[in-house]
Ligand binder design. Structure first.
Ligand code: PLP
Length: 383
């Protein structure tokens, strides 16, 4: 597949494993995916010139794959998940002064997107070991000014999106589903991202569907789509996703369900292995949910123990990190805090995350890492 003599062939471009060990972590050879279908997609758009065109076959194909996969009628391809959240709020008619509820443990950009519109973030709590917005807490945080809610599902945890949507409908509140971490997950056999008014995806460099950058939003509501279209269109598409990005995403959507199945199997195995360790909580599995894993998360007893664990993890070159810092400490000048946020505060202090590429490692490598992670948790508890 020589594109040009100056470039390595596909086989030559696969570095030997010892070279990867010098890179950021032991699994950087697994992400972004390097496989024949992605290499072919890149070669194809190089040969036919699509890489240098605004819109065309690749972006059209991505739009149709996404609308099929999520059973939605309308899609916008955009430059990031963060921007997609902001556009979703604009499309739903959120105005300056409106309130938007979000979890106090969430992706930092979601808070900023609400502020960017001049609306007011209002914090609700998460359900403990699901890292995702609590329906009950959301209901308690509603006020007559609430216009929308951002329901994020994080770290494999899935929000009770059916309850959230029915509460929202009763109060005339619009629902943005943030599916950036869980593309392909199911709740009651229905795909997450098909419940709310708008669903948002990210195609950032670490995400399960990755083009280095990019995002999308999906809706069945033509007026929402149209409002966003007017905002985006300034003679050109102001926040675009390129044909080159679309070309590498198309094959990843085709393999998403298979890749998710392997990641979920391995994540469940790992969470089960760690479930016997006193003081370490992993995700609680609900039988009506089929999670997918962008991160595997645990809560440990304290910030000090977490710091100890992460120090040990560095020695093993294991890709373990802190979770989000959350918003519970932000001042009431910046956000409404009408309900207790205990679970979000605990999650912000005590969450440890494992990045997903390890979940696609060869079996012996994966098992060795599982053993090391279990051992790290034991060492942390003994320290
Ligand atoms: C990554 C992420 C985003 C934002 O996506 P970008 O494409 O990085 O801007 C939003 N929400 C959640 C939950 C995310 O994990």
């Amino acid at each position: 597949m020589a594109l040009n003599n100056a470039y390595p062939t596909f086989e030559e471009s696969i570095l030997p494993p010892n070279v990867y060990l010098l890179m950021t972590d032991r699994f950087s050879n697994l992400w972004p995916p390097r496989n024949e279908t992605i290499a072919k997609a890149l070669s194809f758009v190089y040969q036919n010139g699509d890489w240098g065109r605004y819109h065309g076959e690749q972006t059209d194909l991505l739009e149709s794959k996404l609308t099929d996969y999520f059973s939605r009628t309308h899609v916008h391809l955009v430059c990031s998940g963060t921007l997609a959240i902001e556009l979703a709020l604009r499309g739903l008619g959120v105005r300056p002064g409106d309130e938007v509820v979000l979890a106090a443990y969430d992706f930092p950009g979601n808070f900023r997107c609400i502020e960017a519109i001049g609306a007011r973030p209002v914090l609700a709590d998460i359900v403990g070991a699901s890292w995702s917005l609590s329906a009950e807490s959301f209901e308690a945080a509603l006020s007559p000014d609430t216009k929308a809610v951002i329901a994020s599902s994080l770290h494999g945890g899935l929000a009770d999106i059916e309850a959230i949507c029915s509460i929202a409908a009763r109060h005339g509140v619009k629902v943005v589903e943030d599916v950036c971490q869980v593309p392909g997950a199911l709740v009651n056999h229905r795909r997450v991202g098909t419940f709310g008014d708008v669903a948002v995806l990210s195609f950032g460099g670490s995400k399960l569907l990755s083009a280095g950058r990019g995002g999308a939003l999906l809706t069945n509501d033509e007026s929402v789509w149209q409002r966003i279209n007017v905002f985006k269109d300034r003679g050109n598409d102001t926040f675009p996703l390129s044909q080159l990005q679309a070309a590498v995403l198309n094959p990843q959507i085709d393999s998403l369900d298979d890749d998710n199945a392997l990641r979920t199997l391995n994540a469940r195995h790992l969470i089960e292995l760690t479930s016997v360790i006193d003081g370490v909580d992993g995700l609680v599995f609900n039988s009506d949910q089929q999670p997918v894993f962008y991160k595997v998360a645990w809560r440990v007893p304290s910030g000090q123990q977490r710091a100890k664990l992460l120090e040990l993890a560095q020695q093993y070159e294991l890709p373990l990190f802190e979770g989000f810092r959350g918003f519970a400490k932000r001042s009431e000048r910046r956000c409404g805090k009408p309900v207790p946020l205990n679970q979000s505060e605990y999650a912000a202090e005590a969450t440890v995350l494992l990045h997903h590429p390890m979940l696609l490692a060869e079996k012996p490598v994966f098992e060795e890492c599982c053993e090391q992670i279990v051992q790290l948790f034991h060492q942390m508890r003994a320290s």
